[in-house]
Design a protein around this ligand. Structure first.
Ligand code: XBP
Ligand code: MG
Length: 251
């Protein structure tokens, strides 16, 4: 099939947002609400097994707190904490501390020049996506993405395929007319579950995840002066992830 669109995950793929973005935002929200929880880097890596901030809070309470320390009204508390956390995260992003990963801007610009359509499929909230695009890619770049499928618009979050199916429906494209970009095991299970060929760029939290079925697994999308490392698959001679390579994979 002819490649028509690129669908990007956000957290861990466009930018390495988890350790220094979402995690401190959760901790700031806990402090503001007055619960004595603290998610250090190691614990957060375990909690990333569950996607979705509200779902992750509930997972923490149920799986990491002893029964006597579990709050009664966890549904309401998780929602309240998550609303505060999102505000904290957006404030953090607006301070410019979360840059794009290597090769992301280059590939987005090349894809636009080549007439490929762009979309996002993410578990995080639309507000977080807007803030990250504005402050890392630039003002007005949200309009580069024809479809932004984010957060609670689908009943089941990644690894369920729902968010990718939603994006395909909105794009009116077949899965094999697209390539998805992911960073995690949950993410590739979602994109492959929707039948979309998937390129994985790993980060500190996802290096040891399982990526069976990926087009390839790389350290990042690469820059001409800083080629990516190939951890799985064959870039057929390419040293960066570019439009020509994606088209070769799709033919
Ligand atoms: C990553 C997630 C999100 C973020 C936190 O999403 O699972 O839950 O960790 O953001 P993706 P929220 O990799 O699909 O972009 O608190 O807004 O969920
Ligand atoms: Mg991700």
């Amino acid at each position: 099939m002819t490649l028509k669109a690129l669908i990007f995950d956000v957290d861990g793929t466009l930018s390495d947002t988890e350790r220094d973005g979402h995690r401190p935002a959760f901790n700031a929200a806990f402090a503001e609400v007055g619960v004595d929880w603290h998610w250090d880097e190691a614990l957060y890596g375990k909690l990333l097994a569950v996607t979705g901030g509200k779902e992750r809070i509930k997972y923490y309470v149920e799986s990491f707190l002893p029964p006597e320390r579990r709050p009664q009204n966890i549904e309401q508390l998780a929602a309240d904490i998550h609303r505060i956390k999102t505000r904290c995260y957006m404030e953090l992003v607006s301070q410019g501390g979360l840059p794009l990963r290597p090769g992301v801007r280059r590939l987005l610009e090349d894809a636009r020049a080549a007439g490929l359509r762009l979309a996002i499929a993410t578990t995080t909230t639309p507000a977080n996506v807007a803030a990250l695009l504005q402050h890392s890619l630039g003002a007005g770049t949200e309009s580069w993405f024809e479809v932004i499928a984010a957060g609670d618009i689908v009943p089941a979050k990644k690894p369920a395929p729902d968010i990718y199916v939603w994006a395909l429906d909105a794009l009116k494209l077949a899965p094999t007319e697209c390539v998805a970009f992911e960073d995690s095991g949950n993410g590739i299970r979602a994109s492959l579950g929707a039948g979309i060929p998937t390129l994985v760029s790993v980060n500190g939290y996802t290096l040891d995840d399982q990526f069976d079925g990926a087009l390839a697994v790389v350290s990042d999308l690469g820059e001409p002066e800083a080629p990516c490392q190939v951890l799985q698959g064959d870039l057929t001679g390419a040293s960066i992830i570019d439009v020509a390579l994606l088209k070769r994979w799709s033919d």
